[in-house]
Each structure stands twice: as C-alpha cells, then as structure tokens.
Design a protein around this ligand. Structure first.
Ligand SMILES: NC(=O)c1ccc[n+]([C@@H]2O[C@H](COP(=O)([O-])OP(=O)(O)OC[C@H]3O[C@@H](n4cnc5c(N)ncnc54)[C@H](OP(=O)(O)O)[C@@H]3O)[C@@H](O)[C@H]2O)c1
Length: 337
C-alpha cells in the first residue's frame, strides 16, 4: 500500500452492516475495521453512495437464484451494502497506476455504505468536474446499465424508442441517453412521475396503470424493458418487424427466479424470429464511466437526484425505494461529508 496519505485513514469507520438476508431492519449502523485493499485496489474515502434495486436484491437475497450465483448462500457475501460510490482516494494498492491519494473519483466499490470502501482501479474514473459528490454517486451503476442497454439495442438517431420504467434509477438515464443519440423517446412510468420523465427529454409518456404500452398503434425500433415484466409476446407486438428488445430488469413476485425465465427465453426465441430479443447483464468498467463523464460535462446528461439521506437513514431510504416513492435516484451521504 502506498503510504503517501494526505491524512492517514483511521483504524475504524462508521458503516451499515448486514449479517443476514432480510428487510432493511437487518441493516444496523456500527463501527468496523476499514476494508483491506488488494494490490490493484483503491481505498476510497466515501463522500456519497448510490442506492439502487441491486442493493435491494443483495439485502433480501431474492430472487433465491442469486444466492446460488455467488452473492452468498445463507447471508450476504459482503457485510456492508452499497456499491456505487463517489469520494476521494485515501490509499492505493501497490499495482495501482491510474490514481493517487487525494484524487476525486466515482465508480463501483465493495461496501459503499461506509466511510471508506475498497474499489478495483478499473471500476473507477475521475469524478465529473461538473458534478457534486452526491450527484456523481448516482451515476455508476444506473447510468452504466442504461448506456449498455441502449448500445446492446443498437440505438440510433430518429428511431422510436420505448423505455419501460422511465422514472427510475436506470430509466431516468435511459431517457436522457436515448435523446442524446437523437431518438424519439416514449417513457413508461406512473402518472405522478410523468412530469419528471418529460423534463428528462421524453417526447411522450405512458401511464402503465391505465394504458398497456404494448397495446397502441405505435411500433418501436427499440424497447428498453426495465420494469413491469410484460410477456415477450406483448413486447414483440409493439416492435417493428426487425426491432430490438433489450430486457434489463423488472421486478416480479417470484421468489425463486424473480421472472428471470423471461430474460433467458428471449435470446432463445430470437434465433427463430426477425426481431432481435436480448437480455442485458451489465458489466462495470471505467470506459463507460468516461463516456458518461463526457456527456455529463457537456451538459447532455444530468443525474436526477431526488433525495440525499445521511448514513444513519439508509434503511429509511431503502424503504422509500421499495415503496416506489423515489423519482430517479436516492443517494446516501457519509457523516464526514
Ligand atoms: N440487467 C442488468 O444488468 C441490470 C442492472 C441494473 C439494474 N437492473 C434491474 O433493472 C430494474 C430497474 O432498476 P432501477 O434501479 O431503475 O429501479 P427503480 O429505480 O426502482 O425504478 C423502477 C421503475 O419501474 C417503474 N415501474 C414499476 N412498476 C411498473 C410497471 N408495472 N410497469 C412499468 N413500469 C413500472 C417505476 O415507475 P414509477 O416509479 O413511476 O411507478 C420506475 O420507473 C431492476 O429490476 C434491477 O434489478 C438490471
């Protein structure tokens, strides 16, 4: 570890800790040792951390399939939740070449709901200069997923693009990014968030409570399906004959696979039809963070941060996310700011 610290990190830190799967009641705030960093990792002094649906899945261990996929069989593999991070480099591992102590960074870490988090060097990038730490923490996972979803779907200028789940973490970026590609965007969300989705640039909005977005006369070149678990045959109906479907996510009541079967069936069916049906498994790499930074610093994409909660209110923030009350993104800030 490089010992060239501005100020040496303390021995312990405040962190949200979770020792078993469950509701946000399993989260408690306590003092624990700082994470150890590997040679290719950076210790980030966390200023802000992003909250997203992935954090909910890791908290609950649902769908159960994910426990078999390496997230921890009986309890979360990582005791400290949260992954999206923005902060200042406090120490670097021996093999780190891109960062030095004091750099302002954002990206994906292990255990972001803490005063310090370890992050692989290749999952971090310099923080966009036009963003606060709070805004930057809202970018890494959600915006990267949106960018990868649109890229996988071959988004292009003048296409008709349907974003299902447009008012959420991923969707709020998908709408803005699709507009930067020159697409005509229809966003699906609840009526109370239609104003937000329009302010993000959507040309049209559809309220999923009153209107089935796959039912109308419009045929879309690309559907980015982030929410709702609509059946594949309905989604295909709303696509042009050679349109692209990208399944990003969507919550369902199924505890075992969580509706994942639809994502697996889509690529199989795609072999036999002219439409291209794909599922996204997002990956984290700093190249996407750099692409997003260029768009952010050019003023083309802005994180939609709805609420900023202190670390000791993290469970409250999670309950708001579960209740569907968040408009865009929620961010957690650390006691040391
Ligand atoms: N494939 C991947 O690699 C990947 C990566 C990241 C996330 N995901 C998944 O993507 C999904 C979305 O994540 P997120 O962080 O954006 O979640 P989020 O912030 O909770 O947003 C959920 C969105 O879904 C909308 N919605 C809820 N019920 C709906 C329905 N019946 N029909 C249409 N829209 C509905 C919500 O609209 P209102 O709030 O207006 O009701 C909101 O826009 C999750 O399932 C997550 O696990 C997948």
């Amino acid at each position: 570890m490089n010992t060239n610290h501005h100020t040496d990190p303390p021995a312990t830190m405040r962190a949200v800790v979770q020792d078993r799967y469950g509701t946000s009641d399993t989260w408690h705030l306590t003092d624990i040792d700082l994470p150890r960093i590997e040679p290719h990792e950076v210790l980030v002094r966390v200023h802000a951390a992003g909250l997203d649906r992935g954090t909910w899945h890791e908290m609950t261990g649902r769908p159960y399939l994910m426990r078999l996929m390496g997230f921890g069989l009986r309890a979360p593999k990582h005791r400290v939740p949260g992954r999206a991070v923005a902060g200042t480099v406090a120490a670097v591992g021996a093999d780190v070449t891109r960062f030095t102590v004091g750099d302002e960074v954002f990206g994906v870490s292990r255990g972001a709901f803490a005063e310090y988090a370890a992050a692989r060097e290749d999952k971090l990038a310099p923080k966009p200069s036009t963003l606060s730490f709070e805004q930057a923490a809202a970018v890494p996972i959600s915006a990267t997923t949106a960018l990868q979803g649109l890229t996988l779907g071959h988004v292009d200028a003048n296409q008709r693009v349907l974003v299902i789940g447009a008012s959420g973490g991923v969707g709020s970026y998908a709408v803005q990014l699709a507009k930067t590609f020159g697409a005509q965007v229809t966003g699906v969300c609840s009526a109370s968030k239609a104003d937000l989705v329009r302010s993000l640039g959507a040309d049209h909005t559809i309220d999923y409570a009153t209107t089935d977005p796959t039912d109308g006369p419009t045929r879309y070149d690309l559907i980015v399906d982030i929410a709702g678990n609509a059946p594949l045959r309905r989604l295909r109906r709303a696509l042009t004959p050679t349109g692209n479907l990208v399944i990003v996510g969507g919550e369902s009541k199924g505890n075992v696979t969580g509706g994942f079967g639809r994502s697996l069936r889509a690529p199989l069916l795609s072999i036999f039809v002219r439409q291209r049906l794909t599922m996204l498994a997002s990956t984290e790499h700093h190249a996407d963070l750099l692409t997003l930074t260029a768009l952010i610093d050019a003023g083309e994409v802005t994180p939609s941060v709805d609420a900023i909660d202190p670390l000791d209110h993290a469970a409250h923030a999670m309950r708001r996310l579960e209740a569907g009350s968040v408009r865009g993104k929620t961010v957690i800030v650390m006691p040391h700011g």
